[in-house]
Design a protein around this ligand. Sequence first.
Ligand code: F6R
Length: 246
Amino acid sequence: MPSFKTTIFADADAVADAVAAQVASTVKSHPQLTLGLATGKTFRQIYDRLVERFREGAFSLSAARSFNLDEYVGLPPKHPASFTAYMDDVLFRHVDLPAGAARLPSVAGGGSLAECAAYEAAIEAAGGIDLQLLGIGRNGHIGFNEPGSSFDSRTRLVALTDSTRQANAADFPEGESTPPSAVTMGIGTILEARQIVLVATGAHKHAPLQAVLSGIPDADCPASALHNHRNLHIFADEAAWSGIKI
Ligand code: F6R
């Protein structure tokens, strides 16, 4: 049975506080959980708040595990715009998640079939994802599942659209551009998470958010696949929510 809940806040700051509080309390009550983690601008603020809560002693990640949604192909691991560097910078180096317990898709082999299959197998061996954190692209992507992705897709090598490459270009040093490809968990992989927290802030997230809520599956908007998830909680701000029709 699809089941979703929406909570709307005045602005992105209030959303970040609420998402961090929700993650902290879920981890506190279920310390051995497996988290699915997202990157992106939306999540910087959320991880900042989560780290504050960790420092206040609200929870520990010492028994948890995590799997990130995606990673660019072709960047050295230490590249400042890699999602590996992002996660170290905003979360991993500040909390007690054991080093070997935090994984991102391996891209050392260029996103080979074997690397992607190994990531799926590792998620399965961990018992699946308990809580998946998700942002949403302005074109409706989730993870790096771009428009046209199959709703039962699994972890794989994907080509990024021009719109996604432009949206992320500011993360790259001058003279460099967003890589053309990445490895992402599939939509099918994401939908298997027991609980999904979807975060949408800013007016540019209004249209993809409307697609999630309309209930009409549309391959042109991968996020629309979330509508039928059995445990989806949407956190949005007024700018993304204003004018939404359910
Ligand atoms: C990041 C990811 C993407 C982002 C999305 C929104 O790991 O998978 O789907 O969540 O592109 O990014 P921001 O928050 O930068 O607008």
